[in-house]
Design a protein around this ligand. Structure first.
Ligand code: G6P
Length: 602
């Protein structure tokens, strides 16, 4: 932590910087420094010790309307005068104060030295001054812009150049920086305490913004970070598979791995989601969460509702994006709206986010397509990182969305009531899922046989309860999309006795999601009710379960896991079942009739 300050205007800069810097002392107090661009003489000071104890008897002689100051909390380089800021280039033309850490400074420094630059400190910050020198042609902001592109890490900086003397340039990434605006004068500072005695009008700079300030005016440049497409060209090819949908289902174990890689701190039962870091404090204050999405993504949202409600301890709602914005939802700044979308372009979801923003909600996204509209529109979010999904029906992206919902459950749960043991247990089991998904996929041939066996039937029910109720909806949707000659309906198992049971007979098969969980006995009852009406039952249950095997006509097993993770495994056979049934009916499972992958119309 360090504090930085800068001044440009008509007044004498030094006393303003001195008093402002004293207010920032809590941010670092092992050394301090100033640079004032003087009318006749410049003033440079770099000194160990506390700014509060600094006395300058000849203050009156320090004259200049442009200056920067810094109070240091050493990170790279010992506490010495030389390591105190401001840092300067070889010609002492460029002066920089920096708060943050330049992670790649060693490499940059070596290269600059090999190009002839002479360094006078051990700090990471000094590379900034030399890089600006290297890139300087005739305009300071352009040299700063080029320099920032080379830096990895965090920074709040204020820069002055003698060669472009009527200017103060400030920029930030990850470290705080404010621009204070007064009549004919401007200040920049790490926090408001340093400038509030001069002005209450401020602009909080955002990451990647560069403020270019002259005595009379300012403008802000937004530097758009370059994003990297992580997937490789082979990922958009079918390889040995006949269809993308099949390839993508078989990629599920790898997609789970990619979705959770590097995001779990196992021994602490914690989750690290870089994309949410900036809003973590705001998330702590959230009082309710609404999850939105369309189609399969909406089913993921529904599973998320069960996870969040059980473990985060907040009121949670799920909405269909296209309904959300028209029903006048009651939202405020204490509501987080989490949008789930593979493509990041679904118009209904995008418009719903805009509505949430108008109502001042915190907007979050779970998105696969990097840089897509939803990724850009939301305040923060988590990428799936699973490469392209080409088959129109969402499969691996659904599983990945569920995994990320588990991560968010732990991230937000641990901010609230979830204890270490529960956090560890969930994450531990989540890490086993790639293997368990592989095991589930080993039954592909069996599922193919079932698809052949049931391909003559025209109607299916899909039943589940609790965590697997949305999976019943998903199983039915997949069958309708992919094997569209068949009609299917998903519903909560408890509901069939209130109506749908009337349809059941020997021509109406039902897929029952019945893993060992807290509603197992209730699901078993539903199967018995169907069997009593001569209905056919395909059951998805936990491995080794004999009881269900004896009751149902056919069984698909999934490995044992935590209740909240069962939907992740249970969805896999349903996706395969739909794919094989579609193929059995001679349909193009990658491009189902009348549908599109990315629906960009409302
Ligand atoms: C379309 C696709 C579905 C998908 C839905 C939401 O309807 O056919 O497979 O679930 O859009 O898409 P998104 O990209 O927002 O996840």
């Amino acid at each position: 932590m360090c504090g930085i300050i800068g001044y440009i205007g008509k007044k004498n800069a030094f006393p303003i910087l001195l008093s402002g810097l004293k207010k920032l002392e809590y941010r670092g107090y092992d050394s301090f420094g100033f640079f004032i661009l003087g009318k006749n003489n410049d003033f440079l000071l770099k000194k160990t010790g506390k700014i509060s104890e600094y006395k300058n008897k000849s203050q009156k002689n320090i004259k200049g309307n442009l200056g920067i100051g810094h109070t240091r909390w050493a990170t790279t380089g010992a506490v010495t005068d030389a390591n105190a800021h401001p840092h300067f280039d070889c010609q002492k033309n460029i002066f920089v104060v920096h708060n943050g850490i330049i992670e790649n400074y060693k490499k940059l420094k070596e290269k600059l030295i090999s190009e002839g630059h002479k360094f006078s400190s051990e700090t990471d910050s000094e590379v900034i001054a030399h890089l600006i020198e290297k890139h300087f042609q005739n305009n300071l902001e352009e040299a700063v812009r080029k320099t920032l592109k080379k830096l990895r890490g965090t920074y709040g900086i204020a820069v002055i150049s003698k060669k472009d003397p009527e200017k103060l340039v400030a920029a930030k990434l990850g470290s705080p920086l404010l621009l204070g605006i007064n009549h004919n004068e401007f200040l920049v500072a790490s926090d408001p305490s340093a400038i509030v005695s001069h002005t209450r009008q401020v602009i909080t700079l955002d990451d990647n913004e560069i403020a270019v300030i002259s005595p009379n005016d300012f403008f802000i440049l937004k530097e758009k970070p370059i994003e990297k497409i992580e997937w490789k060209i082979e990922e958009a090819e079918k390889k040995e598979f006949s269809h993308f949908m099949l390839k993508e289902i078989f990629e599920i174990p790898e997609s789970i791995e990619k979705s959770i890689a590097g995001r779990i701190i196992p021994d602490k039962g914690l989750v690290k989601l870089g994309g949410l870091e900036e809003v973590l404090d705001r998330l702590k204050k959230i009082e309710k969460i609404t999850l939105i999405g369309c189609g399969t993504a909406q089913h993921a949202a529904q599973v998320g509702e069960y996870m969040f409600e059980e473990y985060i301890g907040l009121p949670i709602k799920t909405e269909i994006s296209s309904e959300f914005r028209y029903k006048k939802p009651i939202l405020d700044e204490k509501t987080a709206v989490l949008a789930i979308s593979q493509s990041g372009e679904t118009a209904d979801t995008l418009e719903a986010i805009k509505e949430a923003k108008r109502k001042k909600c915190l907007t979050l996204g779970i998105v696969n397509a990097v840089g897509s509209s939803i990724a850009r529109e939301t305040d923060a979010g988590v990428y799936n990182r699973i490469g392209p999904e080409i088959g129109v029906a969402a499969t691996k992206s659904f599983i990945s969305q569920l995994c990320i919902l588990v991560l968010i459950t732990v991230a937000l749960g641990r901010q609230r009531e979830m204890d270490l043991v529960t956090g560890k247990k969930i994450l531990n089991e989540l890490q086993k899922l790639p293997e368990l998904a592989k095991k589930t996929l080993e039954q592909a041939d069996k599922i193919k046989e079932l698809a052949e066996k049931y391909s003559e039937y025209k109607n299916f029910f899909f039943l589940g309860r609790k965590y697997n109720y949305p999976i019943a909806l998903e199983g039915a949707l997949k069958l309708k999309e992919i094997a569209w000659k068949i009609h299917a309906e998903g519903m909560p198992a408890g509901e069939i006795k209130h109506g749908q049971l009337a349809l059941i007979d020997e021509n109406f098969p039902t897929v029952c999601l019945c893993p060992y969980d807290s509603v197992y006995d209730k699901m078993k009852n539903a199967i018995e009710e169907i069997k009593a009406r001569k209905g056919l039952v395909i059951a998805i249950t936990t491995e080794k379960n004999q009881e269900i095997k004896n009751l149902a006509d056919d069984v698909i097993y999934i490995p044992k896991t935590l209740e909240m993770l069962t939907p992740i495994l249970a969805a896999i056979p349903l996706h395969l079942f739909a794919a094989y049934l579609g193929l059995e009916l001679g349909l193009d499972i990658d491009k189902p009739r009348n549908l599109a992958k990315s629906v960009t119309v409302e």
